[in-house]
Design a protein around this ligand. Sequence first.
Ligand code: F6R
Length: 241
Amino acid sequence: MIVKVCENYAEMSRMAAEAIAVEMEKKKNFVLGLATGSTPVGTYGNLIEMNKQGRLDFSEVKTFNLDEYCGLYPSHDQSFNYFMYIKLFNYINIKNENVHVPFGMAADYDSWCKGYEDAIAKAGGLDLQLLGMGSNGHIGFNEPSDEFSDITHTVQLTESTIKDNSRFFECADDVPKSAVTMGIGTIMRARKIVMGENGANKAKGVKAMLEGPVTPRMPASYLQNHADVSVFLDKDAASLL
Ligand code: F6R
């Protein structure tokens, strides 16, 4: 695992984008796993810039997002689908049919989740997965639990995640209580993982992820078992290491 402490959020975002770009330049039909949340917004800004400047071409790239709230249509302004369009997809030359975001309104989630796994496999597997981590250690929406979850599945969100994410909604009651998420196994099968973390509220989680035991109580700790992970931290997120 490579851990790099950056001066600030801007440098963290630049370095995460650079790590992604270097991989994307090796392969035209790259399969890129994406995340939502506050952390990757700066990374997406850098990727947009690289696309504008002609360095990165998304025309043959396929993307798969980590997760989506259950109960929100893709057009809902708090859905992760909507987020991805306003933060990245609207500004790059990606084809709509190559974009995959979990569907939060499936009639049969079990078969929908199986279909998502099949689509990732059919695309050749994830070349790279971009991750953030929740303050409770979740990756995707794999919340701390007693069990390892392998494939894409539905999950009940914890009180701490609902509280963290209520900043995007009018109030905590409006935050959906469940979500569809790639499993820890789906994430771990990505050939490369890039993670960014910033802010003092992530410091405890970062320490547990990098220095604590590997346990489903701290889902991000599984990354210790992955062969190719690059973690970019700002000084606050790295302050307890
Ligand atoms: C988002 C996701 C989550 C976030 C995490 C951190 O698709 O899967 O695991 O990465 O909740 O969110 P921020 O970046 O808002 O701190």
